[in-house]
Design a protein around this ligand. Structure first.
Ligand SMILES: NC(=O)c1ccc[n+]([C@@H]2O[C@H](COP(=O)([O-])OP(=O)(O)OC[C@H]3O[C@@H](n4cnc5c(N)ncnc54)[C@H](O)[C@@H]3O)[C@@H](O)[C@H]2O)c1
Length: 297
């Protein structure tokens, strides 16, 4: 079956990236959110990203218009009624995701599969909430979605063969390479990555090095394209806290306990790029200005 249309729940950072990537590869997309200004922002971001590609000569103005023409921004959940795949990309909250996929199952076509972009929540748990658990699968994209070639496919205990087949087909249509993971906390990548990012926070907290030294160190010493603190700002400090909480709760080992600094930053609204302040302070265009010295107090 060729995938014609996908419905994305959540027009935040990831939902917007998935929409741009899918539409660029010829798929019709509906991006849904409950907050109107978020839909407007999503539209602006995609326009800006594609305009940059036109300016750099990587696509024509006509290509850009065609891609944007494939995306509908909607505040009606009922628009999932003719989608082949529904991808849930709302905030990392078990109850919220559960509520949404149950609602989606009532509206979506019976043969549509329901995917979650969760970073850490059990796919088997989400499947178990559905009348047909075999249609649920994890499709874990990486940010920024249009630039990062990986999709992590996560099979819950009840995930069916068809859901896996369609997930692979979508990955390939979107130009992604995929890896498969069993449904374990953090799957493959976040299980390794998050403790490393958390440790970078502990080093900041304990004044072992400065924010910039920690990032420079990992970039220059290990050839990482971004430092851990820059990466945390891009992913979102709130997302990291949620994932660390799941890892700690489910695995139990103290090495997964979130650093105090992560908790305090979330309390303070220092969520990274999306709030303009995290480990660094950003200007209105998202350009890094300087390290956030408030967190060193
Ligand atoms: N940020 C990353 O780098 C990253 C990477 C991989 C996976 N993820 C996962 O993707 C998901 C989304 O993360 P994000 O960074 O895009 O978060 P985000 O905060 O940028 O976006 C979440 C969106 O969900 C919307 N939302 C909340 N409740 C809703 C509802 N009831 N109906 C419709 N929309 C609703 C919000 O309005 C918001 O726009 C999370 O599960 C996260 O763990 C994030």
């Amino acid at each position: 079956m060729a995938i014609q249309k996908i419905f994305i729940v959540g027009a935040g950072f990831m939902g917007t990236g998935i929409a741009e990537n899918a539409a660029t590869n010829g798929i019709e997309v509906v991006t849904y959110d409950i907050i109107e200004p978020v839909l407007e922002r999503s539209k602006r971001i995609i326009d800006k990203n594609l305009t940059r590609k036109v300016t750099k000569g990587r696509m024509t103005e006509a290509d850009k218009e065609e891609i944007i023409g494939r995306i509908t921004w909607s505040s009606k959940i009922g628009d999932c009624a003719d989608a082949d795949i529904i991808i849930e990309a709302v905030s990392e909250n078990k109850e919220l995701k559960g509520k949404i996929i149950k609602e989606i199952e009532e509206i979506a076509p019976d043969n549509a599969i329901i995917a979650s972009n969760t970073s850490s929540i059990s796919i088997s748990y989400l499947s178990g909430l559905l009348k047909d658990p075999s249609r649920m699968i994890g499709m874990h994209f990486f940010s920024p979605v249009p630039a990062i070639p990986l999709m992590e496919i996560v099979r819950g205990l009840q995930t069916g063969v068809r859901a896996k087949k369609l997930a692979i087909e979508l990955a390939e249509t979107m130009g992604k390479k995929y890896i498969q993971s069993r449904d374990e906390p953090g799957f493959l990548i976040n299980r390794m990555l998050l403790p490393m990012l958390n440790e970078a926070c502990v080093l900041v907290e304990r004044h072992v090095g400065t924010i910039e030294e920690i990032d420079h160190g990992m970039k220059l010493g290990l050839n990482h394209p971004m430092g851990p603190l820059e990466l945390m700002d891009m992913i979102g400090i709130d997302i990291e806290l949620s994932v660390m909480n799941v890892l700690h709760e489910e695995i139990g080992d103290s090495k997964y306990r979130p650093a105090q600094l992560i908790r305090r930053m979330v309390d303070a609204g220092y969520l990274g790029r999306k709030t303009g302040i995290g480990f660094y302070i950003y200007d209105e265009d998202g350009k890094k200005i300087q390290p956030n010295t408030f967190i060193l107090k």
